[in-house]
Design a protein around this ligand. Structure first.
Ligand code: SIN
Ligand code: FE
Length: 296
């Protein structure tokens, strides 16, 4: 259980001493999962009809709340419904965003000035009903790294809450800490062919230039998902996050897989490495130490 650190908080804005904050940041920044079994997100009676995958439009796996970019559809993307329904769905997700942000602000005041908010998502679908190609299959252990979104080492911090109305856990597998995963998979990463990053950027395949770090993380992500021996390893932890519980991790660092479950809220935040309490624990610094060279 060293991978999961349980916290007793019952509020989205808990009071916490500076020393405890630093200690928890130290655990989180090693790639552990902070688990708050007593922190749920309460739906209002008028919102419970949203606990249904029928609100997803097309092939979307989640409804995302992006008030600026999706203003024309009430602030949500990936959802279908009348304008009134979409507005109520947006309001529900916005309330979760407020909670998730206040939680991170309360626990880690050191991050506050540097956080960049990414979309908030509501995932009403059943994990097991979305069968995707292996690269997109998040039922396989992986660290988050996205082909079109290079981040050059900027961190991906995520807050999750299981909003299942019954008794169904969100079951995750959690792998080894990043130091160990990186030591195992980095040797399998071949050096990038010179000029690749420029070509990908020019063709619009990547939204910004892919760094050597981005290349390494994508290859590690793929190698983890493709290694059936690694996936089946008995030492990984299978853990069920129950309804009305919340958990936090750096998903670019914590090896994770979603095995089963339905109805979850999620907030993504980005954080530059210097804003961490322990920058040397970040995946970029770990990989650079292992590689013996800069990966910027
Ligand atoms: C993931 O981030 O890989 C999946 C998380 C989840 O759906 O529980
Ligand atoms: Fe993931």
């Amino acid at each position: 259980m060293y991978r999961i650190v349980e916290l007793p908080f019952t509020e989205w804005s808990p009071a916490i001493e500076a020393a405890e904050s630093r200690r928890l940041a130290g655990e989180l920044e090693l790639g552990k999962v902070l688990f708050l079994p007593k922190l749920g997100f309460g739906l209002q009676a008028s919102e419970t009809p949203f606990l249904d995958p029928r609100w997803l439009s097309g092939t979307h796996k989640s409804v995302s709340y992006e008030p600026v970019r999706a203003a024309a559809t009430g602030g949500v993307r990936g959802a279908q419904g009348s304008p009134g329904e979409l507005a109520r769905l947006a309001a529900m997700i916005a309330r979760f965003q407020t909670g998730a942000l206040s939680l991170i602000h309360a626990l880690f005041p050191g991050y506050v000035a540097h956080l960049r908010k990414a979309p908030t998502s509501f995932r009403p679908g059943n994990v097991e009903s979305h069968k995707l190609s292996w690269r997109k299959d998040d039922t396989l252990l992986h660290v988050d790294s996205f082909p079109s979104r290079p981040n050059r080492g900027e961190r991906i911090l995520r807050v999750f809450t299981n909003v299942h109305p019954g008794t169904v856990d969100r079951v995750w597998k959690v792998g080894d800490l990043f130091e160990q995963t990186a030591a195992e998979f980095l040797p399998r990463v071949r050096r990038v062919v010179p000029g690749t990053a420029t070509v990908l950027k020019t063709l619009g395949i990547t939204k910004s230039r892919r760094s050597r770090y981005d290349h390494a993380m994508l290859r590690i992500h793929d190698a983890m998902k493709q290694d059936s021996g690694y996936q089946a390893r008995a030492s990984h932890l299978t853990f069920g996050f129950p309804p009305s519980s919340t958990w936090i991790c750096f998903s670019d660092q914590t090896a994770h897989a979603a095995l089963s479950g339905q109805f979850m809220m999620e907030q993504t935040l980005h954080l530059p490495i210097p804003a961490l309490y322990f920058p040397e624990r970040s995946p970029l610094k770990v990989l650079e130490r292992l590689a013996g060279r800069a990966l910027a």
